[in-house]
Design a protein around this ligand. Sequence first.
Ligand code: C5P
Length: 231
Amino acid sequence: MVESGFIITIDGPAGVGKTTLARRLAAHLNIAYLDTGAMFRAVAWKLGQDGWLKDEQTLARELKRMSFTLTGQGEESSVCLNGKALGPEIRTETIGLWASNVAKLRVVRDFLKKAQQEIGRQTSLVAEGRDMGTVVFPHARYKFFLDASAQVRARRRYLQILDLDEDDPEAQGIEDSPELKTILEQIKQRDEQDRNRAIAPLRPAKDAIVIDTSDLTLDEVFLLMKNYLNL
Ligand code: C5P
């Protein structure tokens, strides 16, 4: 039994497997899972193309109309914007890039940090993102930072899009695909922005458990995490 207010953070770059692992861990612990990337994506999507170029007053006004809540537990956890669950429209790489631009803005980060901390006050969480262990939940009970090379992450993303497993025979021939190259470029651009921004850049918290997942399967990473948690 996990007491309320129990928080585990999982941070790391795009495509490292945070979402799948956070979901699995939350389901295992029977607590909620918070996908904070989805919150940045939803804000970017609501603000529209080039939304991050709006002036601060306009942004503040538009953010005031957005209210985030979390429903459900484990695999069923769902982030809602103004009472409506977020859909697949926020999941594209383009919206990921918009989100990364919006995520540089203090007004957006402050707004989402408050919303995330409020959710963390209400329920126990596995919280996944870029700054969970460093900024939003610095007192979390356990902090993980997952990493992997950009090549490995792009390949995983592409296999996910193709709905293929790593050991699928078709997975062997994807190396030269132009789509994979595009995904790699997008991932590198997002990495560069997320690691080098002035506010809440992507980096491990001092007390985070860092796992390089490049040569590990998701099952192996999950096992490692459970071992660290003594589960
Ligand atoms: O995790 P996901 O790829 O959905 O996140 C989309 C973008 O949102 C990231 O590239 C990052 O710029 C931003 N983000 C952030 N802080 C978080 C979660 C996401 O800056 N805690």
